[in-house]
Design a protein. Structure first.
Length: 242
């Protein structure tokens, strides 16, 4: 067990502050992880917004095929976040993005984050993202391309990815017909976008977003206008692919 963070957070049910500790997780935590995932799924208003990890994927992560961290209040796991190294798996998102076979081997997936309802509103999703990527960087593993999928109208998760400087590179149906953004980030080279090319598109206008993505634009931020969330798109400043 490696402790990555200690602090306090607000329990929304009791309105009291509690001590929290974030640590790396292993196979011994599997039952707690599954319980948290199941609890989160049961309380989703839109069930298709979350793609749960399968037992096979948990096995893969815990057999050196990924990394997982979790937040504890006392002995209770209240949240977790996972990275997965897909390798030759057909679901490697590098395939969706047209990366070469060699580059696909350097892809790491940022998988789901689950936070129990009583502990939402504390910025845990973003905090766990920072902690797991810091841990990942220290391991100096041979992965370069960070990818993930997000349900388009899951605004908190979309914003979470933008805070990490990830870009929307594609929108398509995944997981048996579920619409998803595919986010991408080159961990070795920062993306530079041409601010003169910015276009704003309503978050639910998938067709217009697809057109822009096909024209070489990337989604990079959100904007709120008249109670509506829009996605901001721009082209790379160099004219080359990000």
């Amino acid at each position: 067990m490696e402790i990555l963070y200690q602090g306090t957070l607000l329990n929304q049910a009791t309105h009291s502050y509690e001590d929290v500790q974030v640590q790396t997780l292993n196979d011994q935590h599997r039952s707690q992880i599954l319980q948290v995932q199941q609890h989160v799924v049961e309380h989703l208003q839109v069930k298709e917004s979350l793609q749960s990890l399968t037992l096979e994927e948990f096995e893969h992560v815990f057999n050196e095929g990924g990394l997982m961290i979790g937040a504890f209040v006392g002995e209770q796991l209240i949240a977790f976040r996972a990275l997965l190294f897909p390798g030759d798996d057909p679901e490697n998102l590098g395939r969706d993005l047209g990366l070469s076979v060699a580059k696909q081997q350097k892809v790491v997936h940022q998988e789901l984050t689950c936070v129990l309802p009583d502990y939402r509103g504390n910025g845990l999703q973003n905090q766990l993202a920072q902690l797991i990527m810091k841990k990942f960087s220290k391991l100096q593993l041979p992965y370069r391309y960070l990818c993930c999928t997000v349900f388009p109208t899951n605004v908190p998760s979309v914003k979470d990815k933008f805070k990490q400087a990830m870009l929307i590179a594609k929108i398509k149906e995944k997981y048996s017909g579920k619409m998803r953004y595919i986010f991408f980030k080159d961990l070795e080279q920062s993306a530079l976008l041409d601010r003169k090319t910015i276009k704003a598109v309503p978050i639910a206008d998938y067709e217009q977003q697809k057109v822009l993505l096909q024209e070489g634009f990337y989604g990079f931020d959100t904007e709120e206008e008249n109670g509506e969330t829009t996605i901001l798109f721009a082209k790379p400043s160099t004219g080359e692919e990000v």
